[in-house]
Each structure stands twice: as C-alpha cells, then as structure tokens.
Design a protein around this ligand. Sequence first.
Ligand SMILES: [Zn+2]
Length: 316
Amino acid sequence: MDGGNELIRRAAANPQVLQWHTWASLTPGPSLVILGAVHGNETCGAHAIVRAIDDLQHGRLLLRRGRLTLVPIANPLAFGTNTREGERNLNRRFVPRAEPQDYEDRITRQLAPLLATHDALLDLHSFHTPGDPFAMVGPRNNQGTREPFKRAQEEGELARALGVNQVVEGWLDVYDSAAHARGDTQDDEGIGTNEYMRSQGGYAVTIECGQHEDPAAIRVAERAIRGALALLGMADVPAPSRFAGRAARLKDVFLRESLADELAGDWHSFDVVKAGDLIARRADGSELRAPYDGSVLFPHPEADVGQEWFYLAEPS
Ligand SMILES: [Zn+2]
C-alpha cells in the first residue's frame, strides 16, 4: 500500500534508535509534538503518524506556521514485540534520570527534553475493551504542589478539537490515591508523558482512539492529528465536527483485592451509574455500590490483585 508501512518498518527496525521528524515553518506559531506507540501494542497512532509524515514529505500536507514534531514509535522495543511495555510502562516515571536503570529510562532521557521544547503534546493511544474513543486532560488550573497548572483552557480546547465526543479530566490525584492504597510511595510513579509535559510549562492531551486491533482507531487518530493542526492554525485541513459530547471528572479508583472479586456487570467505559447501583462484589460477598451518580471508567475485569480494577467519574 502507501509508503506508511515501509516508514513503520524502518522506524521499528532498531529498538536502540528513536526516530522523529520535525518540520519548522519560518512563520512563527505554536509547537506541537505528537507521540505514537508509547504503549507498543497501541499501534493506531504509529500508523496515523507515518501517514502524516508521508503527506508532509509529498506536499499533500503543508505546515503553515510553528513547529511540528512527529514521533511515530515512542517505544520501539515494545512495538516490535506488540506488547504494552518493553521493560516497564513508559508512561510511568517519565522523568529523565542521570543514570538510567532500564530501557524505558533510556527512552525517557531522549524524549523528555524533546517534549520540553514544545508547547503542546498529543499522545495517541488505544484501549483493551470495546468502547468509544475519548480524550484525557489533566487538572484544572491550580497553584498546588503536586501538579500546578495554568493552561487548562488551551488543553481543554485541544481535547475538544480532536473529533471525539468524550473527555475525561483529572488523573494524577486519583492515581496517587491508588498508588498510596497499594503502599507505593514513589512519587514519580504517576508521572507519564502528559504530566511531564505540564511540569515543563506545556499542556498535553491523550487520546484513546479505540480498541487496539480495530482499524477504525487509525482513522480516529488521523482525525485527531488534523483536528490539532486545524485548531492551532498549523495547517489548512478540515477540522473535525465540533465537540458535542460529555465530560467526566475522575473521582475514585477501586483496586482488585482478590481474584475472587467480580464486577457485577459487563461494564464499558462511560457506562452511566446512579447512586446506589451495584457495580461489583468483593470476594467476601460485600457489595460495591455507586456512591454518587456518575459513570464507570477503565473497567479491567481481569486486573491483577492490587491493581486498578475500575474508576468512577462524576459528570463535569
Ligand atoms: Zn496506552
């Protein structure tokens, strides 16, 4: 087919070398970096990005202003084996270290400074269970110590420009409480690419484009790239239709405490629950009921013991 597959093959050929492509317009404007395959088995972003690279190289897509960096495969080791991780999850402890301890530390040492030279990050992912695509943003503007932030407005606009109709906000607080419940006190654990980007003065949106193997996820990722370029005035491309969807704010996370803990339904992300609805049962028979009207997010029926089992979110 197109040159995309060949570009992918070359980008994944050597897991010891990262590849990215930058176009810099002489007309000033925003700088945007787009990541694919931070998780190696989430390939839609890589496919969408190499198509954009091909379009830029052949003049079918023109950068009007600013600077655009495309990283088709952020984790080539994991991509090559079609697994989520190489030696560990690249989207945790994404903080550059003087003495890298593992493969993902070595990637982070290259990617973190690259991200820091851009205003905005678009991170393209996919998910395990069926469901509709959604975008994730970080905290609201705040001057706290954990994740101080000033660019929630721009971040929200980017999330709503990507052609998906569901936005989830807030993650680090909820993740931190899960980590503490696990007895995990490493503060960097919850820092992924997006949190790092915000820590460097930028803003970041993750888009979950669909189920891992679904070819439609590639089209969702391509539409998201065009949506970001259109919003930022970086290319003359048609913008996806306006966001008319729902926003949810993550509020609670539940860990699986026993392999006999069972979800009470075939939950999908964004399934609506009313206060009092039965969501799951613990091994001892005790019931977990929704404490408020909201929705279930990221259910993982087969989560390992001590891992995130499902999240609850409030309408936002
Ligand atoms: Zn992912």
